[in-house]
Design a protein around this ligand. Sequence first.
Ligand code: IPM
Ligand code: MG
Length: 347
Amino acid sequence: MKIAVFAGDGIGPEVTREAVRVLEALDLPGLVLFDGDVGGVAYKRHGHPLPAETLEIARACDAILFGAVGDPDCDHLERHLRPEQAILGLRKELGLFANLRPAKVFAGLEDASALRPEVASQIDLLIVRELNGDVYFGEKGIRTLPDGRRQGWDMMSYAEDEVRRIAHVGFRAAMGRGKRLCSVDKANVLETSQVWRDVVIEVARDYPEVELTHMYVDNAAMQLVRNPGQFDVVVTGNLFGDILSDQASMCVGSIGLLASASLSGGKMGLYEPIHGSAPDIAGKGLANPMATILSAAMLLRHSLGLEAPAARIEAAVAKALADGVRGGDLGGSLGTHAIGDAVLERL
Ligand code: IPM
Ligand code: MG
């Protein structure tokens, strides 16, 4: 069981360190960890945000635990050298097309949500975000028009097979949960979304037990704060999923709590908190490592098939939160390492 640990930039190393402590505390036989550079730190050391060595380590491992990438020092670089290309490159190179982002309110955190407690307590949803296509990976550029104006452009597209495989992930996830799937698109305006919707409807025939609904993304954003309890599984494209999952995190209480899995259909998966590198608090030991610790739990479950230790980690985090363990993101004062300690004690 080989795990690549790519801590990255900003708070990435701090939160990843705590997740690694949790993994090591489980004392799983045969578990070996390998470090690699990604993001701005990799650019500074190797001249590229996703060096060939790093990709090689990734390919040799069963799973990746990823911290965060993003560094304001790199904002002036050409796009292909920016830190974000590390995560986009890994997703593409390893065929990690299915991103699972669960959002659930932990007991005791109903008051932390940006929503009223009685609304927040209903949240238990899973966003299934397509990760290899859409406007993220379309042709793009900046051109100068004949009249001298600069124009940026990004091509949005989805081919049927790309939609089909993520739709299956969405339906299968729904089968394992509440059997309700909401497909989010913008089919009233975008042709990309028309193909998306047609394919989702076609795939639905294979899952007669799942209740399928469709929602435009603007309405979905509104419904997510109005009545988030209505959602079970949400399946959507790369860009809409990016936006809705950040929104869902604040409905839950803190972006410091949301874990994610990026899956390829095989064993290989990449696991990361959905938050970014948070340069403003980097190096200060203030970040909440829970999202990364919960990502390590997802890693054990999805890539290594280790359900029991995964559930143990999740229970330890839930217990810590129920006991009032709070970082700054939740109005408390505990730092990164102290939160790690609190989880380890309960583990
Ligand atoms: C995420 C992040 C990434 C994305 C960035 C860092 C490229 O926001 O994982 O949600 O947009 O996918
Ligand atoms: Mg995002």
